[in-house]
Each structure stands twice: as C-alpha cells, then as structure tokens.
Ligand binder design. Structure first.
Ligand code: HEC
Length: 148
C-alpha cells in the first residue's frame, strides 16, 4: 500500500514538470481558450484574403483553413455550461439555443472544409467562393450569439 502510494507519487512528480509549462487548457479556462482561438481565426482570414489570386500561396497556406475547420468543429466544447460567467461576450443564447449555436458552428466548419480543399488544389475560383461563405458564417453567428 505504502509502496503503491510512493510509486504513484513518483509517477505524478515525473509528470508534473511536463504539465506545468503548458498554457491554460480548455478545461482550465475555456473563455481564454476560445478568445485566443477566435483571434487566431481572424489572423487566418486576413492571411488567406491576401492570397486569393495566388494559387501557389493558397496551396502553401492550406493548413490555415485546416486549423479553422478543426477549431470550428470543436467550438461547442469551448462553450461548456458555466462559461457564460466571466470576461465573455457570449450571449445566453449560446446555451439556451444550443441547437442553433451548434448549427452555426457547423456552417463555419463546412465552409472551412471547402476552403481547405480549394486551397490545397490551388483553385482560386473555388477558394474565393468558400472564403466568402466562411466570412459570412462569422457574422451569422456573431449576430445571434455574441453581444457588444
Ligand atoms: C458558432 C458561432 C461563431 C462563429 C461561427 C464565429 N464566432 Fe467569433 N465569436 C463567437 C462568440 C460567442 C464570441 C464571444 C466569445 C467570448 O467572449 O467568450 C466570439 C468572439 C470572436 C472574437 C473576439 C475574441 C476576443 O478576443 O474577445 C473574434 C475576433 C471572432 N469571434 C472572430 C471570428 C471569426 C473571424 C469568425 C469566422 C471565421 C468567427 N468569429 C466565427 C461566436 C462565433
């Protein structure tokens, strides 16, 4: 028993140093996590906008759209119950109209997936269309689920 405790204490001690330098995880601070993610999404949009007539650039930066697809795919998990309290502009509708919120996140995810495909293929026409769709999906969700 004592030996087992010692072993688990040692295991914990070896794990802790690795865990400590990590930034706040989704579980620890979902509000900070989602805000940082949204800022990153804004950066991706800006960067991609500058490449819309550049097939080689689109191909090289397709990872940005993949990151957007992953972020919006996991977005509802960054709005767990209780994360309506604190430094947040999320409206109560995020939780009271969960189906609508998840549909809005799904729309952004689908548009990002289209954009990723178009970028990977260096298809400027398809990329421009998907880019417009993705940009519109930001506003659609903000109107219903983000306050001033
Ligand atoms: C499914 C809903 C949804 C979609 C889609 C969405 N947003 Fe948001 N966004 C929110 C909510 C809710 C907040 C408020 C978050 C908070 O304050 O906790 C927010 C906040 C933000 C912020 C402010 C972050 C901060 O530091 O306070 C930025 C920037 C942003 N979104 C950019 C975007 C961009 C760019 C897109 C599209 C590519 C997008 N959002 C798509 C719901 C969404």
């Amino acid at each position: 028993m004592t030996k087992l405790l010692l072993v688990s204490a040692l295991a914990l001690a070896t794990l802790l140093p690795a865990a400590l330098p990590q930034p706040a995880s989704a579980q620890a601070d979902p509000i900070a996590e989602r805000k940082a993610g949204f800022k990153r999404m804004g950066g991706h949009l800006e960067a991609i906008k500058a490449l819309l007539d550049n097939p080689a650039g689109l191909r090289a930066e397709a990872g940005r759209a993949a990151d957007m697809q992953a972020f919006f795919g996991g977005l509802p998990a960054l709005f767990p119950p209780g994360s309506d309290k604190g430094e947040t502009r999320a409206l109560p509708a995020v939780w009271s109209d969960r189906a609508g919120f998840e549909a809005a996140a799904g729309g952004a995810t689908a548009a990002a997936a289209k954009l990723q495909q178009a970028m990977a293929g260096g298809d400027t026409g398809a990329a421009a269309g998907a880019f417009r769709e993705l940009g519109a999906s930001c506003g659609t969700c903000h109107r219903g689920y983000r306050g001033r």
